[in-house]
Design a protein around this ligand. Structure first.
Ligand SMILES: [Zn+2]
Length: 321
């Protein structure tokens, strides 16, 4: 698949599906059908100790040995990037189920919280190591593990954090470049703007408002927090504070609690204030002015030229560390 941020059909990040037995999940989502009384193919399980976490990597049948080895490296690399952003891997252990599909590339992912923390990734049998090196979906799914589950109508916070933090974490880990990160944000953020008839983020659960409206909330929070802290602290430190307070994907928290805890970590009220502006009302955002202030100039389909003489350029640089 082309390298693009979450699309409605290609990255359905579902909430926990607790009623679905794990075995049905594996078989059904692998596209396997078993005749009655036939022995079931069991997944190959490899325990990967990555970034201080115990990750149980489960391969549904259908991958060759070289690709399984490349997947282990992909998991470690992604876990390191997420741990770099949050200060540690968000949870001590999780399962990662890799399900084969025809073709190449990483085809989508989903995070589940029940009955245990599980990330399910669909991977082409013909995927190459280069495609795994360029992938963003594994990091996106792992970022979900760092945020408490929220009421479904407010899933914009979950998907917004995953969409925004994934790119920043990959730049910080050396897996992408600032030019590419900002280029992708310029390309994606318009999807998050309110359309005619839209209400606030809490009341408009469309794809664009959920993924990119949430990401826009994160960007605005990051910029404002860093403006108030002189660049020292932003969304990264706020989310680390949530994790330190026991917030992760294994627990349910109201959005207000997540934002209050994040604000407390910053010694600010930035996120709560922003939620008051964007949660119930379709707050307009002048993206053109924002990119100019940050010194971000679009170049091509997913790149940007970055200008250090822009007024908020120091904040832009602080965001990626
Ligand atoms: Zn997601």
């Amino acid at each position: 698949m082309p390298r693009s941020r979450p699309a409605a059909a290609s990255s359905p990040c579902a909430r926990a599906c607790g009623a679905l037995p794990r075995r049905a999940l594996l078989l059904g989502l692998a596209g396997l059908t078993l005749p009655a009384h036939a022995p079931a193919a069991e997944p190959e399980v490899v325990v990967v100790d990555a970034a201080g976490a115990r990750l149980e990597l489960q391969f549904a049948p259908g991958f060759d040995a070289p690709l399984r080895a490349a997947v282990q490296a992909w998991v470690r690399r992604s876990a390191d990037a997420v741990a770099g952003y949050f200060g540690r891997f968000p949870v001590p252990q999780a399962e990662i189920l890799i399900v084969p599909v025809d073709g190449r590339g990483v085809r989508g992912g989903t995070a589940y919280a029940e009955p245990s923390l599980l990330l399910r990734l669909r991977l082409g049998r013909d995927a190459t190591p280069a495609e795994l090196l360029d992938d963003w979906i594994m990091v996106h799914e792992m970022v979900h593990l760092a945020v408490p589950r929220v009421p479904r109508p407010q899933n914009w916070l979950h998907e917004g954090v995953a969409t925004y933090v994934e790119g920043v974490a990959r730049v910080q880990a050396g897996l992408s470049t600032p030019q590419r990160l900002w280029g992708e944000l310029v390309r994606g953020m318009p999807h998050g703007l309110p359309r005619e008839g839209d209400r606030g983020l809490d009341l408009t659960p469309t794809w664009g408002r959920t993924y990119w409206g949430g990401a826009l909330f994160c960007l605005l929070a990051d910029v404002q927090a860093r403006r108030r802290s002189g660049g020292r602290a932003g969304l990264q430190q706020a989310l680390q504070g949530v994790l330190a307070a026991g917030g992760h994907y294994g627990v349910d928290w109201p959005v207000a609690r997540i934002l209050e805890v994040a604000d407390t970590a910053l010694g600010q009220t930035t996120l709560t204030e922003l939620h008051a502006l964007m949660g119930r009302c379709p707050a307009a955002v002048d993206l053109t002015a924002l990119w100019q202030d940050l010194g971000v100039e679009p170049r091509g389909p997913a790149e940007a030229a970055l200008h250090d003489d822009a007024p908020l350029a120091p904040l832009r640089r602080a965001i990626v560390g």
